[in-house]
Design a protein. Structure first.
Length: 463
């Protein structure tokens, strides 16, 4: 952890130094070195995009500007919140460039590199080749302003051998050996993401308020199921997200992982698992959360203590409420602390002593509160001692990188449960550029990605 903090602080100092250098408003454009990143997609994609842009900025010695567009009708990309209401991004420049500014730059014939315009004009035929194989500092020398889409191309930059000197000074030998994944020299995401990108202050306060209401001295098992929502494309639903009948697999995987991680979860030879546990359930579907609650109740008995349980009663039949909740249900002592929160936090304790917590809110991306609720889910997931995540979802990248958890597991779309052997999350690394970049080899597909396990794990997800 100390090495990770040192590396993050050094990377931050590099970013701050460039930010300070570019702060002079009267500075001539010919002397500028700016990178403007246009953010796209949902919250997980945007966070990964921000970290990719931070990587690019450090490697090319540029001050970073973020264009957090408030989109109104973009498939899988609605973001109805300004950045400061969701995230704190450290060491970014406060320089702003309006459309009028861009037109003025065009009139002055200031050199601007825009990947979108270059691709459209045919002057940039291979974006992957540029990121992975070329010396970007040389290629972009003399260009004051670079405009890029913020997407998940950080691994290509990390693997670019022309750009290794700036990173070598950031990472010492201990960090490289102790924290990097197989085949990747620098564990940049797990260092940069928690340091540069943090939840907005009020979201951090909400997370602390909710977690402080949980029963004490419990191991936290965070579970995230990406079920898919209305704005997801059909391709995403068909290829990345599991059908509803497989969602119980995440609970099976969690119990299997707890049985396997014997150094973290105490066991008795007769009684089995004896560690006190609270499950935190995160999903973009309330139905999925309720289904997971039902699954846990089968193992742990009736709910005997509760906070805010009434917010889920409309989702349950009278018969099911009687089956899930004890007749003499007790109010937990932090009830009034959470009742006033708009995100509807629920905390339930079963007769076995196991507990479960979740936010009784749908996530739809259409409102600012919905996006903040998603960030709150991410923040609380990062408190986990064990994380079980959705294999292809970018949503869990930041919680995995930010968590001090000792174990991480993923469940694939087909219901396979397996341990993650890396905290570096970039699922499209290399695959996006297969066959297009001159220096591309197969190692970029598998060695820079935890989206695909590199070996078949025999342990199943059965309880």
């Amino acid at each position: 952890m100390a090495a990770r903090r040192r590396a993050a602080a050094l990377a931050g100092r590099k970013m701050q130094a460039v930010k300070d250098r570019e702060a002079g408003a009267a500075k001539p454009w010919s002397d500028r070195r700016l990178l403007m990143c246009e953010l796209h997609g949902g919250l997980g994609n945007r966070i990964q995009g921000i970290v990719s842009c931070i990587t690019f900025a450090i490697l090319t010695n540029r001050a970073l500007l973020l264009d957090w567009t408030i989109e109104t009708n973009v498939l899988n990309g609605l973001m109805p919140c300004p950045i400061h209401q969701v995230l704190e991004v450290h060491h970014i420049s406060n320089i702003s460039l309006s459309q009028a500014d861009m037109l003025e730059l065009h009139k002055k014939k200031v050199k601007v590199f825009s990947s979108a315009l270059m691709e459209k004009s045919g002057r940039l035929s291979n974006w992957g080749d540029l990121l992975l194989c070329r010396n970007l500092s040389y290629y972009l020398s003399g260009v004051p302003l670079v405009i890029l889409p913020a997407w998940r191309w950080m691994p290509e930059l990390i693997a670019n051998q022309h750009l290794s000197p700036p990173l070598t000074s950031v990472f010492d030998e201990h960090v490289r050996v102790d924290m990097s994944q197989p085949g990747t020299p620098y564990p940049f995401f797990q260092i940069a993401a928690p340091y540069f990108v943090r939840p907005a202050g009020h979201i951090q306060e909400w997370a602390k308020r909710i977690s402080s209401s949980w029963p004490k001295d419990m191991k936290v098992v965070g579970i995230h199921v990406r079920a898919g929502i209305e704005s997801d494309s059909q391709r995403e639903v068909e290829h990345f997200f599991s059908p509803a009948e497989l969602h119980p697999t995440w609970i099976h995987c969690a119990y299997s992982a707890m049985n396997h991680e014997t150094t973290m979860f105490r066991r008795d030879s007769v009684k089995g698992l004896t560690e006190k546990v609270i499950f935190f359930l995160a999903s973009d579907s309330m139905e999925t959360k309720i289904n997971m609650l039902r699954q846990i109740a089968k193992e742990e008995g009736k709910v005997v203590k509760a906070i805010n349980e009434k917010v889920i009663f409309p989702l349950l039949s009278r018969r099911e409420r009687n089956r899930l909740f004890d007749e003499s249900l007790l109010e937990m002592k932090h009830q009034h602390q959470l009742e006033s929160m708009d995100v509807n936090p629920v905390v339930l304790e079963f007769s076995s002593g196991t507990a479960v917590s979740f936010l009784a809110k749908e996530v739809d991306r259409y409102t600012c509160q919905s996006v903040q609720t998603a960030m709150l889910d991410m923040t609380i997931l990062s408190f986990s001692d064990l994380l079980v995540v959705s294999h292809y979802s970018t949503f869990t990248a930041w919680p995995v990188a930010s968590s001090n958890a000792s174990a991480f597991y993923a469940v694939s779309r087909d219901g396979d449960c397996f341990p993650l052997d890396s905290k570096e999350p970039f699922s499209e690394s290399g695959e996006l550029f297969r066959g297009n970049a001159d220096c591309y080899t197969d190692k970029f597909t598998y060695q820079n990605s935890w989206s695909r396990p590199r070996q078949v794990h025999s342990r199943s997800a059965t309880p």
